[in-house]
Design a binder for this molecule. Sequence first.
Ligand SMILES: [Zn+2]
Length: 433
Amino acid sequence: MRKVISLNAASFILKGDLCDSLDRERLRTVPDGYLVCLDGLCAGAFSVLPEEYRALPVVDCSGKLIFPGLTDLHVHAPQYAFRGLGMDQELMEWLAANVFPEEARYADLAYARRAYRDFTQALTRSATTRACVFATVHRPATELLMDLLEESGLVAFVGKVNMDRDCPDDLRETTDGSVAETRRWLEETAGKYKRVRPILTPRFIPSCTDPLLDELGAMAAMTGLSVQSHLSENRGEVECVRRLRPDTAFYGDAYDRHGLFGSHGRAIMAHCVLSSDEEIARIRERGVYVAHCPQSNTNLASGVAPVRRYWDEGLNLGLGSDVAGGSSLSILRAMADAVQVSKLRWRLQDDSLRPLTVPEAFWIGTAGGGSFFGRVGLFRPGYEFDAVVLDDSRLTAPRPLTVAQRLERAVYLSEDRDVVRKFVQGREVSLPS
Ligand SMILES: [Zn+2]
């Protein structure tokens, strides 16, 4: 019997040169193919359109690349305003000189509105469809950011940052104040959005006292909310944690002791450049997501995370721009950076871990990070329909290239302006000019 299909705005066909991952190692391409969206979900990618879908409207993007929306698993919205500044410093120095003075400005809602509008527009313009976003300690500005992201049509987790020690006075919360504001933020945003959700966001161990982490852990246990933070990023930071928390076996253990390492809600830990064997074992055990941020790790002289090892051990893995530690918001750029730094690590540091391939980096930036949001990042039946249409005609070549070769070049050479259409959960997102 023929399936009955409801013809609504979220059911249509995208026609073009399709590319997603066949598995973790290989791309799948469908030249001049049909990507079917039914009520916001992908029904499959076909080279010949099945009879049952013939009645659906076709969005003709022939000749353009169509790939799954990208996930930015770690980005700081307030830092977008000073991206590209202070890139000759190291992490702790850069935090004090650039990050904290800028984040203090978000107490001013008018400033936050201007800056967060810029950030949201840039993210909307990019090939990213999903993001896990740090705001600042300020509740009103965090709620404003959530409003803007909801309006954009992107899907995001957003966190009000918690910090009650070791930062400038104008950013430091009291422990009780941090807990109360976090509770109020959760109450005020509960049920308010379709696409934006809260995520608990202790900045990192150096800026959070034990009582604050205890309270956040209790909130995670009670609500099941996910957690995002930083882990084993930089030598100075790891040393600092060792001094501050002599009671813990390793850095990640300091989160785990408070129930903030995937034992209640899920957890994303950015960086994991310097994780010990014990820490990696705990990450695996708890299903913690590692957000690999290669450009940030280069800019802030943090090092190169052993991503091949994480890949081989099957850890949950996604890519992060980590703006403004990373100066670029592009996850396509993060894919290229991930390949490049893995080659340097292999050449200079440890030749037992072979470099990443482009299809592997593509998988991490689509299906890898996307899985934090559910069935996201592949053109498979039942996956949420997130798709990017990219016009690569600017990237000329004197001979025909395969769809896979064109995608590979787009990873290295395309720019946000080449993204011509973008769909999230089957809805078209309006791209800012
Ligand atoms: Zn970060």
